[in-house]
Design a protein around this ligand. Structure first.
Ligand SMILES: [Zn+2]
Length: 111
């Protein structure tokens, strides 16, 4: 379950920043690309576990799903996709993907 290690490093990055300022984190917003293979529900579950005993304990996690972009190599159409198995409207599976594979901290609220 790689979500645990991903979430762990995410929590650690936020905690390091907050603790350096002596602040407590109340909310973290994370962007997860739909193509990066990370399950938002799993991250949410791991977050509470990882946050325990850190400046993030009791904080809220908001997850924003970011769709990927694909360009059809056959007809040239651009589309938003949420998985690697997407097909173009023309029926082609010959797509070039871009974006949608990121996982980043968008925002962090502290008190
Ligand atoms: Zn096409």
């Amino acid at each position: 379950m790689h979500e645990m290690s991903i979430t762990q490093s995410l929590v650690e990055a936020c905690a390091a920043e907050a603790e350096a300022e002596g602040a407590r984190v109340t909310r973290v917003t994370v962007e997860i690309g739909c193509l990066c293979g990370v399950m938002a529900d799993a991250v949410r579950f791991c977050y509470d576990v990882c946050a325990q005993g850190t400046a993030l304990e009791g904080s809220r996690l908001d997850i924003v799903a970011v769709p990927g972009q694909a360009l059809c190599r056959d007809c040239g159409a651009a589309m938003a996709v949420d998985d690697w198995l997407a097909l173009c409207a023309c029926g082609s599976a010959n797509l070039g993907f871009s974006g949608g594979d990121e996982l980043r901290i968008k925002e962090m609220e502290v008190v």
